[in-house]
Design a protein. Sequence first.
Length: 283
Amino acid sequence: MPTYSAADGANLHYDVLDGEGGRTDPVIVLAGGAAEHPSYLGDLAGLSGRRRLVVPHLRGVGNSPAPGRAEAGSYWRQAEDVESLRLHLGIERALIVAHSAGTRLAISYAARYPRRLSGLLLITPPADYLVDEPSDAAGLIDQRRGEPAFDAAIAAMEAGPGPDVDDDTFNAWRQTVGPTGYAEWGAVEQAHARAGQWNLAAARAFFSVEPPGDLAPRIGDVTAPTLVVAGAQDCVTGLAPVVALANLFPNGSAVVIDHCGHHPWVEQPAAFRLAVDPFVDAC
C-alpha cells in the first residue's frame, strides 16, 4: 500500500483505485464516518473507471497511525495532510470528493488552500454548522415511521451507544442505527451497512478542534466549481440544509437524488453517476 509523509513526519497510507480506460490524473476521495474505514466507499459506483481515485486512510483509521496528539487528527488540522498528499501526488490543483463527515475535512481544506482546488464534490454533507437553514430531518424521519427496522434504528440513535463504549460496542451500535442512512432497507443496503468499521478514538480526535468562527465567510473565497449531492430522503443530514450549503460557494450548485438517503452511490448508482460524471470530467 502506498504511503506519503505528512508535514509532521507521520507516515500515512492511501489506496489507489484505478479502473480501465479512465483519466490517470488523480482525484482525492475523503471518507466520512467520522473515522470509518474508507472501504465502505467502494469505487463510488464505478467512478474509478473514469478517474483514478486516491483514498487516504485518515489518522487513526485503517493503516494510518493514530496521531500523537488528538488535535492532529481533527478535521481542521488534517487539511494539512490533504495538502501533503496533493504535493506527494505532484498535482498542481486537486479535485476533492468527500462524503458525509469527510466533507468537513474537504471544506476545511478548501478554506485553507482555495487556490489548490480544481473542484469540490460534496456528497450528502452535514451543513448545520455552516448554514442557517433549519433542518428538515425530523420531518423526513416522521415520513418513515412505521417501518420496524427504521423505528428500531431511530430508537437506538436517540439512546446513543451507551456510557462505557469501546470500538466493539460503538460498531455494534452503528450497525443498529444503519437503517437511518438509507431510503430503503433492502438487501443491497443491508450489505453495504456491514462494510467498514469505525475507530472510536479517531472519531473523537476528528472533532477535537473547532474550526474558526469565520469558516462560513471564508468559503466565499473558494472559487473552484463545487457540486453538492443531496439525498431527497436523507434522514441523517436532512435535505434543506444540504442544498443551502451550495449557496455559500461562489460557483456552487446542488443536485437532489430522489428515493435516496445518505449513500447515493449505493442506493441510486445510475442517478449518482449521471449527476457527478459531467462535473468530474470538467474538473
